[in-house]
Design a protein around this ligand. Structure first.
Ligand SMILES: NC(=O)c1ccc[n+]([C@@H]2O[C@H](COP(=O)([O-])OP(=O)(O)OC[C@H]3O[C@@H](n4cnc5c(N)ncnc54)[C@H](OP(=O)(O)O)[C@@H]3O)[C@@H](O)[C@H]2O)c1
Length: 395
């Protein structure tokens, strides 16, 4: 796994900064307290300012403050990402999947990871197995998945790993995967919806759905739907919270103007590979948020759903856009992570006790983070849910 590790300039820079961090943990805590107090004071001043405003200008002023906060949050996010400075969770962009799961016993857990045959998914599978979980790798390329399994068994001979074939762009294949898994009569504690494609040329899936949306969102929407009862019953029976984790991306910020293009989803003339990827990654967030909302409404508190951005990591994901991603990496080298760092947020959200009871949130660098207004749009989330339901029932 470590052969995939890429040492990029940003990584070196981050390690220099992180080296100093160990000795300055105490300073960090003091800094955090001072920062929290300053934030509190600022919030009170803003509230005071809004109260003194004439009512007709209050709404616009409130929105201006919210936008300024969002800009500051984004800048702070990039700063943390580049420096590796840990956030409130105690972890940051420099943390690896092994570090964030250190001391966690997952031996009672069964985990499904889609796309576990490569990149972030393969590393998450390795670390989950290392912590004792029974890992089911969902992969379309079972040969590649077998190689991952063998390499995990070499480092962790006690690892429990099974492979089930899944082609996420095919609803038939997703149904077959769920049937095979359910026939194994295993519990299901964690579902990591990780598989993904990026920036591929326009193509329709066998069900007639645009390929990035079909693979990244619709396949995972159906898979989650088919496995949800199993996750509920596992949580009920074992008393251990079940967790659904959707791999999204900061690319959700770069989507079509309306967020999701319901009416022109499958229209080649309106296709843009970058915006279509952003759209599918926005769908991953909205799916987790709406699922979390529905579970709460149902009174199911022991199943959670969250989404995350793993960071920028050089993996096979870039296969359709090597030149573009290469240029992006050169321009933003300080923000890039290694694969073990890239799998950290997935493992943190799936396993860490800090996340107990947390649902409907978005994470980056192992800390709760903010999405765009589209990502927080409940109405859009409900509309996407109904739309996806129709897609998976009609095809
Ligand atoms: N790398 C990054 O910088 C980055 C940034 C933000 C978000 N993400 C997200 O992180 C997730 C993992 O990406 P990665 O970087 O680890 O990429 P990766 O190395 O390409 O891994 C993606 C995995 O998904 C599988 N997959 C793709 N299409 C599939 C399909 N139709 N059916 C079944 N499996 C399929 C791939 O299988 P094959 O090997 O057979 O293709 C592979 O195992 C993705 O959801 C991605 O959007 C990555």
């Amino acid at each position: 796994m470590h052969s995939c590790r890429q040492v990029v300039a940003g990584d070196v820079a981050r390690h220099v900064l992180v080296a100093g961090r160990a000795s300055s943990r105490k300073c960090h805590c003091v800094w955090q307290r001072v920062h929290q107090q300053a934030q509190k004071r600022k919030k009170l001043m803003e509230e005071d300012y809004l109260e003194k405003m004439p009512p007709r200008r209050r709404h616009a002023a409130g929105e201006k403050i919210a936008r300024a906060r969002e800009r500051k949050g984004t800048a702070m996010g990039y700063f943390r990402e580049a420096t590796g400075i840990p956030g409130p969770s105690g972890f940051g962009s420099a943390s690896t999947a092994e570090q964030v799961t250190d001391g966690i016993d997952a031996s009672l857990l069964t985990v499904i990871i889609t796309g576990g045959s490569s990149g972030i998914g393969a590393e998450a599978a390795r670390v989950m197995a290392l912590r004792g979980a029974h890992v089911i790798i969902g992969a379309r390329n079972t040969e590649a998945a077998s190689e991952v399994k063998q390499s995990i068994l070499q480092s962790t001979p006690s690892a429990r790993i099974d492979i089930i074939q899944i082609e996420l762009s095919s609803l038939k294949s997703v149904r077959a995967f769920a049937e095979k898994f359910l026939a194994m009569d295993l519990p299901l504690n964690i579902l990591i919806n990780n598989a993904g494609v990026m920036y591929c040329p326009f193509q329709l899936s066998e069900d007639g759905i645009e390929m990035q949306f079909a693979t990244n969102h619709v396949g995972h929407f159906l898979l989650t739907k088919l496995l949800l009862d199993k996750m509920k019953s596992t949580a009920e029976r074992t008393g251990i919270e079940s967790r659904i984790v959707n791999l999204s991306s900061e690319a959700h910020m770069t989507t079509y103007r309306t967020g999701i293009r319901f009416d022109k989803l499958n229209d080649k003339d309106f296709y843009n590979d970058k915006l279509a990827y952003g759209q599918s990654k926005l769908a991953n967030i909205l799916h987790a948020n709406e699922l979390a909302r529905r579970l709460k409404e149902e009174g199911v508190l022991n199943v959670t759903a969250n989404s995350l951005h793993p960071g920028l990591i050089r993996t096979n994901l870039a296969r359709h856009s090597i030149a573009f991603v290469g240029a992006l990496q050169t321009a933003t080298c300080v923000l890039w992570k290694t694969i073990p760092q890239g799998a950290a947020t997935s493992c943190y959200v799936a396993l860490h006790p800090n996340i107990k009871g947390v649902s409907g949130k978005y994470f980056a660098d192992c800390n709760e983070s903010k999405t765009t207004s589209n990502g927080r749009d409940e109405l859009l989330g409900r509309r996407l849910w109904d739309f996806s339901e129709k897609l998976v029932t009609s095809a």
